[in-house]
Unconditional design. Structure first.
Length: 362
């Protein structure tokens, strides 16, 4: 039969007490009479006549020693036993509380937390558990949000597809190239959403391969401006490149950096109907900064705190018909962080936005 922690603590205290008392009794039993006899001999040498009472003195000493030892053992055993029981019970109460909290947490109560303990070791254990519980609760909340958002995002294209397919099957609409084009558009939208979700999942889990090396970003920036300039309609915004001809190399993954810039430039083109979109570069300290400025619709101060969240869209401007999945900025943020950089945003509603990120110099 296995012994519980309470019995182990109590038993260990009792063992220590018994060993101490036993050592005291044995040592005092062996040496105390001898010391007493030596003391009597010294008194005799000093001229005291103890011959007639020496035997009685030794016997009296042993009786007194036995009585005092008995009561010492009784009082010591009672006191130490009671103290051991109290300490064991006090420790076990807090251990039981910790066990109950972990059971509640395992059963799904994400708000279960360990109370503060006055025992430093148990308090540290409780603090670490509470930190872990808070982290797990955050992950669980994000997981629920992700499932809810993903379900919401998938519902729209699936509803459109189902509607058209049911009407085609019932013969209510003719199978024209326009209808098939709409169906293809919705399937591409689903495909893009799934791919973005997979990319974001890999990036957040740290499974996304990053090939950091010394690169010159000027050719990439120049080619991206040319590519997006071809997509802008004649009366649309003007795309500008504000980059020195010679810029220092950075430590980055050229493909992931291109992915970030494509996301930022794509958003700028999507939400800027007129004015300018400027891609500019500058160096501050040991970082190379790259910014995408636009004169588009902008973002309100209330919404700017959420721009890098998954599936975020400002209700008035970023509707699902714009073609975005609402994941691009979340992916961009993670890709920049994986390259040891950071990304920032400044925006005013109706005046435009600036998304900028930095990469370390080589």
């Amino acid at each position: 039969m296995k012994m519980g922690l309470r019995l182990r603590l109590l038993f260990s205290h009792l063992v220590v007490m018994i060993v101490g008392l036993t050592s005291f009794i044995i040592i005092s039993k062996i040496f105390s009479p001898r010391f007493f006899v030596l003391r009597l001999e010294r008194l005799e040498n000093q001229g005291f006549d103890l011959i007639d009472v020496r035997t009685e003195l030794v016997a009296g000493f042993e009786r007194v020693w036995q009585v005092s030892t008995f009561w010492s053992v009784m009082v010591g055993t009672t006191a130490s036993g009671g103290l051991s029981y109290w300490v064991s019970r006090r420790i076990m109460q807090q251990m039981i509380e910790l066990e109950q909290v972990t059971q509640r947490f395992a059963a799904g109560d994400m708000n279960a937390r360990v109370p503060i303990s006055d025992i430093p070791e148990l308090n540290r254990l409780g603090v670490n558990f509470n930190l872990m519980a808070a982290s797990v609760s955050g992950v669980e909340a994000r997981r629920r949000d992700l499932i809810g958002d993903m379900t919401h995002e998938l519902r729209t294209p699936l509803t459109v597809l189902r509607g058209y397919l049911e009407e085609l099957a019932a013969g209510e609409i003719a199978p024209t190239p326009e209808i098939y084009g709409k169906l293809a558009k919705e399937t591409k939208r689903l495909e893009r959403l799934v791919n973005d979700l997979q990319e974001l999942s890999k990036a957040e889990a740290g499974y996304l391969p990053i090939n950091i090396q010394s690169v010159n970003l000027y050719p990439l920036l120049e080619s991206l401006v040319e590519r997006f300039a071809e997509q802008i309609v004649e009366d649309g915004p003007v795309l500008q490149l504000d980059v020195p001809l010679s810029i220092p190399n950075v430590l980055a993954d050229i493909d992931r950096t291109e992915q970030v810039l494509v996301n930022l430039l794509g958003n700028a083109v999507r939400y800027t109907s007129k004015g300018t979109i400027t891609l500019r570069v500058w160096v501050t300290g040991l970082m190379l900064w790259i910014a995408v400025n636009d004169t588009g619709i902008g973002i309100s101060s209330a919404d700017i705190l959420h721009v890098f969240e998954r599936f975020w869209r400002a209700d008035e401007s970023r509707n699902r018909n714009s073609g975005g999945t609402g994941i691009g900025l979340a992916i961009s943020k993670r890709l920049v962080e994986l390259q040891n950089g950071q990304i920032q945003v400044e925006s005013q509603l109706g005046l435009g936005s600036e998304f900028r990120f930095c990469l370390p110099l080589a």
